[in-house]
Design a protein around this ligand. Structure first.
Ligand code: NI
Length: 162
């Protein structure tokens, strides 16, 4: 549970930089990689992270600029990474301006589910980590070198072992 806004902002910065590591490793050619035809592709998952940040925090009452309305998944990996970085910093700024430590305890209903502002913060972080995990598998299938997230990746471990 986040008891202070600063605590969330610090954790978000760390998590966003981990997500940035993943998104900045994607290539345009890798975006179509998926486990099976009717599953999310790597590009869709990357784009979904920005949409989820915007969708969930907007539903929680935060006013900030998100991805363009109705915009489809960009064909450029760089654009997916750039939009994520922009939305992530918009989120941090808006939360700092519009919310206080007190706000975090407010009860809210988001998509029919009763929660609190701090509950949404935790949910968005966990949701993002969940999809990042899926993405690293698809990245390996696409032949990309996977960066470590909460610990070294296979490639990084091999590098250390040398
Ligand atoms: Ni999701």
């Amino acid at each position: 549970m986040f008891v202070s806004l600063n605590e969330f902002q610090q954790e978000w910065k760390q998590e966003a930089s981990l997500t940035g590591k993943i998104l900045n490793t994607l290539t345009d050619e890798s975006l179509d990689q998926s486990v099976a035809l009717d599953h999310f592709s790597l590009g869709e998952l990357g784009w979904h992270l920005s949409q989820a940040i915007y969708g969930l925090f907007s539903a929680a009452g935060l006013k900030f600029e998100g991805p363009e309305r109705g915009a489809g998944v960009p064909e450029s990996a760089k654009e997916i990474a750039d939009v994520y970085e922009q939305i992530s910093s918009n989120l941090l700024r808006a939360a700092g301006e519009q919310w206080t430590d007190e706000t975090l305890k407010q009860s809210i209903t988001v998509f029919g589910r009763e929660t609190t502002i701090h509950g949404i913060m935790r949910f968005v972080i966990q949701h993002q980590a969940h999809h990042r995990g899926q993405m690293t598998v698809l990245m390996r299938q696409a032949g990309l070198v996977v960066p470590g997230v909460y610990g070294p990746s296979k490639e990084e471990r091999e590098q250390i072992g040398k």
